[in-house]
Design a protein around this ligand. Structure first.
Ligand code: TXA
Ligand code: MG
Length: 355
């Protein structure tokens, strides 16, 4: 155990002295958690292989699942990659800084461990002044997976990070809750048309408008566990986002979903289980269970995405045995939300009728 230094910073105008303290840890091969616009990341110098190894260890992350490399200038993208296509340049100018990660062929300067031995690399420029200042002051690209223990829901507050990692990281920059709440979209630019490996903060529809053609990898919209070639989407094979409680996701027409959830909640209660229901504003009043929480209005996926991981963690602290969750439509940020929920449930999905 080491002491984890908590540095509270202003999210808009981060205090430079605090950023420098954090950057010094990174320069010395240490680990610093920091906010991005999506979720908190756990950062290490991407070009220092020992630092990256310590990063994997702290997260208890399998070594075959590479992190995303965070940059704050375009020059680093060219240094870290072999070739940047016209399409990729277009996307970077349109969406960076922002919640879009691009996969490129990687250059020789990247240590093998940073990319889990792959010949590709995932890069993004985060849209958060604290993250950008930290990268700048550290004078290196920063490898940063989400700052949770492997398998847990991603952290959207500094408290979530400390709950998982206090004592095993050097410092955290605490700038309050993150804005988007689900991770970046991962888009593979090594294939044509580009393919979404993980839906996230930049919606499919928005990418399609710019690219014309963009594919969704089957795993991004999977309704069951798929086996998948390692090289294409390494992390997607691992269990993820899961709270301690079991999860059932109920999908279909809303009135039928509500009826089904009531029935499942009652059955679990009779089995002596402590039951949680993950509802929405429109339905929250219909349920009786030990803990009922609303993700937000079904008309506002931005709010739903922002609340998802926090609520999954809250169910755990309230000690429920089972979480029964409403599905939401697969549109906009809804696609990222459903990807996380389905995965968190271990694809324990019940589909009910359309009407
Ligand atoms: O919003 C985010 O993306 C957050 C914040 C901290 O930036 N980061 C994040 O990182 O979610 P992580 O490591 O938890 O997720 C990275 C995802 C994993 O699914 C990983 O398998 C995939 O990106 N990935 C990384 N390198 C890859 C590569 N070369 N090819 C394909 N997928 C890759
Ligand atoms: Mg993660």
């Amino acid at each position: 155990m080491k002491e984890t230094l908590v540095l509270k910073v202003d999210s808009q105008k981060p205090e430079i002295e605090k950023i420098r303290i954090a950057a010094n840890f990174i320069k010395k091969g240490g680990l610093v958690a920091f906010p991005t616009e999506t979720v908190y990341g756990l950062g290490a110098d991407a070009l220092n292989k020992n630092a990256v190894l310590v990063l994997f260890e702290a997260k208890k992350r399998p070594l075959d699942n590479p992190p995303i490399i965070h940059v704050e200038n375009m020059g680093d993208v060219y240094r870290l990659t072999k070739r940047v296509s016209y399409k990729a340049e277009r996307l970077m100018s349109e969406f960076w800084p922002g919640p879009l990660t691009l996969i490129f062929k990687r250059s020789e300067i990247v240590p093998d461990v940073t990319v889990a031995g792959l010949d590709t690399i995932a890069i993004r420029m985060p849209n958060h002044n604290v993250a950008l200042a930290l990268i700048r002051e550290s004078e290196c690209p920063i490898a940063a997976p989400s700052a949770n223990l492997a398998g847990k829901p991603s952290p959207t507050t500094a408290k979530h990070v400390l709950d998982d990692l206090e004592g095993s990281i050097d410092a955290i920059l605490d700038a309050g809750p993150t804005c988007i709440g689900v991770e970046s979209t991962v888009l593979d630019m090594t294939v044509d048309p580009p393919q979404i490996l993980r839906p996230g903060g930049t919606p499919y529809e928005v990418l399609k408008k710019i690219l014309g053609e963009v594919k969704l990898h089957p795993i991004a919209v999977a309704e069951k566990q798929l086996s998948i070639e390692k090289a294409r989407s390494p992390g997607l094979r691992h269990r993820h986002y899961a709270p301690k409680a079991d999860i059932i996701v109920v999908e279909g027409a809303l009135s039928v979903v509500v009826a089904k959830i009531k029935e499942l909640a009652e059955a679990s209660r009779r089995e002596g289980k402590r039951v949680g229901v993950l509802a929405t504003d429109e339905t929250v009043a219909f349920y009786r269970a030990d803990v009922v929480k609303s993700l937000g209005s079904r008309n506002d996926f931005v709010v739903i995405a922002k609340n998802l991981f926090r609520l999954l963690r809250e169910f755990d602290s309230e000690g429920v045995d089972i979480i029964i969750a409403e599905g939401v439509p697969l549109e906009g940020l809804g696609l990222a939300v459903m990807n996380r929920l389905r995965k968190a449930s271990g694809y324990n999905i019940i589909k009910v009728g359309d009407r």
